[in-house]
Design a protein around this ligand. Structure first.
Ligand code: NAD
Length: 267
């Protein structure tokens, strides 16, 4: 995407950059190209990976933040408040489930501990972040986005507990949109098709999801990082001014297909 000034004068927070394959990195790169100023909140211990990436985009505000640890979240948001005062946008791009929860039988393999951990990191963290981000947004409003997956709507092999967490996340988007709408704060979810990242590698058969997603999509492609970031940019910028509470699929038309193969292919 060419450089522009869509986000000129806007400041915000991007979470979830772990490496150059992260969806958050794709979004941050396009935000920077459009003139946004950003702070990165990253999982503690990721400094060596995240610092050079931040530097390459001119991101000067970095803070460790574990979404399961209130003290680290308090400190991270305080760092951003001191640096920026107010923010205009927030990107939530965080999910986690134990590897053992992401394989085989959902009914047999889901534990109380694993279920609650996936819910905490992948769904509750969004509610907590939305509350903290909204408190830093001006009277003129702002925009908050999160990343979900269609495993919230349909039962995919191995996605299991994460699918349930994504369903909760999408419901949380609608409730937050309802709460924060009167303040001019929009809240939306982007639902990418499978993209090759660390998170995808954590799902048993993740590579298979890429191949199936490609062959069963309307466009016979996987979602591109640029496409996911482009949709995010629309929702984060003033172009998305009348859109809130939505789950926008960016999956090359995977979710709209009835019979995925044409009659000739299907036989
Ligand atoms: N890759 C895909 O195919 C795909 C498709 C649809 C949606 N998503 C979603 O996109 C989002 C980003 O995932 P990704 O694919 O870029 O992988 P990723 O592994 O690069 O990003 C996940 C991020 O979550 C962070 N994280 C995990 N636990 C955390 C914690 N306790 N505190 C703070 N941060 C924590 C990690 O540090 C990492 O930066 C996730 O919500 C994922 O479910 C991914």
């Amino acid at each position: 995407m060419p450089k522009g000034a869509l986000m000129a004068g806007k400041r915000g927070i991007v979470t979830g950059v772990a490496n150059h394959q992260s969806i958050a990195w794709g979004i941050a790169s396009q935000l920077a190209a459009q003139g946004a100023e950003m702070a990165f909140l990253h999982l503690p211990g990721m400094e060596r990976r995240v610092e050079p990436l931040a530097e390459s985009l001119g991101v000067k505000v970095l803070a460790p933040a574990d979404v399961t640890d209130d003290a680290s979240m308090d400190a991270a948001f305080e760092t951003v408040k001191r640096a920026f005062g107010q923010i205009d946008f927030f990107v939530h791009s965080i999910a986690f489930a134990n590897k053992d929860e992401l394989k085989g039988s959902f009914v047999d393999n889901t534990t109380r501990e694993g279920f609650l951990r996936a819910m905490d990191i992948s769904a509750f963290s969004f509610v907590d972040c939305a509350r903290r981000a909204a408190a830093l947004m001006p009277e003129t409003g702002g925009s908050i986005i999160t990343m979900t997956f269609m495993g919230s709507e349909r039962a995919f092999p191995n996605y299991n507990t994460m699918g349930v967490a994504k369903a909760a996340l999408e419901a949380a988007v609608r409730y937050a949109a309802r709460d924060l709408g009167p303040r001019g704060i929009r809240v939306n979810a982007v639902s990418p098709g499978a993209v090759r990242t660390l998170s995808l590698a954590g799902i048993t058969g993740g590579r298979g999801m890429l191949a199936k997603g490609r062959s069963l999509s309307a466009m016979k492609q996987n979602a591109s990082m640029e496409g996911v970031a482009g949709c995010s940019l629309w929702l984060l910028s003033d172009l998305g001014m009348s859109t809130t509470g939505e789950v926008v699929h960016v999956d090359a038309g995977f979710h709209i297909m009835g019979f995925a193969e044409d009659a000739a292919e299907a036989g």
